[in-house]
Design a protein around this ligand. Structure first.
Ligand code: ZN
Length: 558
């Protein structure tokens, strides 16, 4: 990791602070950094508060804050207390906690089967785990389905982009096999959207398909080998249940989703016009998009899940708006509070299996709380501001999805979302990436705030990762709400530090307080986040998608 020199004083000047703050990590004793903070002004106070919150949230006693565990509940109680002490109004029907029921389904591999029925009447059973994995729909604990198989390329239906893998294919009553992801001819966000496997299953469900088979390209295999995939068996999938107790299911009728390794896929394509190797080569070629066709086989899929459940809550606090025309519009500031808990697979250091999630996302929650405090220090906002510490992000953006479906705000309309997720504070950042800024009027606000803070705006340095679809704000985007999500940029040593973190500490026990966290930079980042949220809240114009924006057209179009 890069060792810090000192915070450039120009930042202090830009923030009109009394003093330029040392950015060395203070000693870990709580008393010493609080004392120090009192003597050196606003930014230091802010950085001390952020540090104190992260120290609590990322402590081993929170056991990695997995949704549904006592460690998460203690973290949620802490956030609620901090919201109360800051003077927020409880935002979940009179309380702080929006309780959510979750349903989990854990695979039982030795009760699963994948049998290929060839045209000549012969049957071939593949080996569970070794060749395939079955995910059963959360609607049922078991499944047993037999149907003919249709291969459908990438399984992407995007006629508005001139691409439709289903042209001429009848999938009704069939099991549909397709590659993961989407063709590389799509730009990154469209590729991330259309490549999403849940969306694909929802689409084939509408067309009457009864099962799905996911095939892996060579490029997927290179990034995440089948050997590694198998090592994570059995897998657990999680979804939320609505107030009526029913699990959320988008792919009703698609009884099972099977993921096939290369050997199993080769067996599935035996006797077909093209072999699995043929279609996989087509899928991996630049611009490649193999055309679909019916396979000369039927398949029996059996699967079973161990069904369980847990409760976990979003923590919601509100600052009511005061402008008569705008107080019924809300800016929602979010940060996920959950993380991945204790590593049961012993991948971490032998002596430490707790995924503390200091960066992911204790620091984002701490910055959100600091943003709330800054709002309370200033005049009441024109629009209503809602702060939510979200649960179950790590299980599929589920707390955000639940809130987006069941908002607790009465007749208040959500007009923008500002999300904080894993803002890595490990280098003296001089630029910021604002995911989503170029899509809506929020972009202009971000630019002005960053100019004030003397920080540059940089384009997404890793567009191939489709980051915009990978955190909680995306659940608001899917409801048509413009959103932004800030990360420190790659300038001034950021690239090495950020890519190094992702390779070494991301989702591992070492994402903890032993990292050289730069609390002064965290305070600067929180300040920028506050100024952006403040401007969105007070600006006369309601946030709007830019004309022709992909996500605006997709989710907010009329
Ligand atoms: Zn994470």
């Amino acid at each position: 990791m890069i060792r810090s020199t000192s915070v450039p004083c120009l930042f202090a000047a830009a923030l009109t602070l009394a003093a330029c703050v040392s950015n060395e990590s203070p000693p870990s004793g709580a008393a010493s950094f609080v004392d120090e903070a009192e003597s050196i002004g606003l930014l230091a106070m802010s950085s001390a508060r952020i540090k104190a919150d992260v120290v609590f949230l990322a402590d081993d006693a929170r056991a990695g804050r997995e949704a549904g565990t006592p460690g998460y509940d203690a973290a949620a109680a802490f956030v609620a207390a901090r919201m109360a002490e800051t003077g927020l109004v409880p935002g979940a029907d009179g309380g702080w906690l929006q309780d959510i029921s979750f349903v989990t389904a854990t695979q039982i591999p030795n009760e699963s089967a994948f049998i290929i029925h060839a045209a000549d009447g012969s049957d071939r059973a593949l080996r569970p785990v070794e060749d395939f994995a079955v995910f059963v729909s959360a609607a049922n604990a078991t499944t047993d389905v037999k149907a003919p198989v249709v291969f459908a390329g990438f399984g992407v239906h995007a006629p508005e982009f001139g691409h439709d893998d289903f042209v001429g294919l009848d999938v009704e009553g069939k099991i549909v096999a397709y590659f993961t992801g989407a063709p590389d001819t799509f730009d990154s966000e469209a590729r991330a959207h259309f490549g999403n496997s849940n969306g694909k299953r929802a689409f084939i469900a509408k067309r009457g398909a009864v099962g799905a088979i996911t095939l892996r390209t060579a490029s997927v295999e290179k990034r995440f080998s089948w050997e590694r995939y198998k090592a994570n068996s059995p897998r657990t999938s999680t979804t939320w249940a609505g107030p009526d107790g029913r699990a959320r299911i988008d792919d009703d009728g698609v009884a099972a989703n099977v993921v096939l390794g290369a050997d199993g896929a080769a067996a599935l394509f035996e006797g077909a016009a093209l072999s699995f190797a043929d279609v996989r080569d087509q899928a991996d070629a630049p611009g490649g998009a193999p055309a679909g066709f019916a396979l000369p086989v039927a398949v029996t899929i059996r699967g079973a899940s161990d069904m369980n459940g847990f409760q976990s809550a979003n923590v919601i606090g509100v600052i009511p708006g005061v402008d008569p025309d705008r107080k019924h519009q809300a800016v929602v500031v979010t940060a996920h509070l959950d993380h991945t808990g204790v590593d049961s697979r012993k991948r971490g250091r032998k002596d430490d299996r707790i995924n503390n999630g200091a960066m992911d996302n204790a620091i984002g929650v701490a910055m959100m709380l600091e943003t709330a405090r800054r709002f309370r220090e200033g005049p009441p906002p024109a629009r209503t501001i809602v702060f939510i510490a979200l649960t179950a992000e790590e299980k599929g953006l589920l707390g955000a999805d639940y809130f987006a479906h069941y908002p607790t705000l009465g007749d208040i309309e959500i007009v923008a979302n500002v999300n904080l997720d894993m803002p890595l504070m490990l280098h003296p950042f001089t630029d910021i990436v604002a995911f989503g800024a170029e899509r809506s009027s929020l972009g202009g606000i971000v630019e002005a705030a960053l100019q004030d803070a003397n920080v540059a705006v940089s384009p997404d340095p890793i567009p191939e990762q489709g980051i915009f679809t990978r955190s909680d704000h995306y659940r608001f985007v899917e409801k048509g709400v413009p959103a932004i999500f800030l990360w420190p940029g790659f300038a001034n040593g950021g690239e090495e530090v950020i890519t190094g973190f992702l390779a070494t500490h991301y989702h591992k026990p070492s994402d903890d307080l032993s990292l050289p966290i730069r609390w002064g930079d965290a305070a600067r980042f929180a300040d920028i986040n506050y100024k952006i949220a403040r401007e969105i809240a007070d600006r006369v114009d309601k946030p709007a998608w830019n004309d022709g924006d992909f996500f605006g057209d997709l989710f907010a179009g009329d």
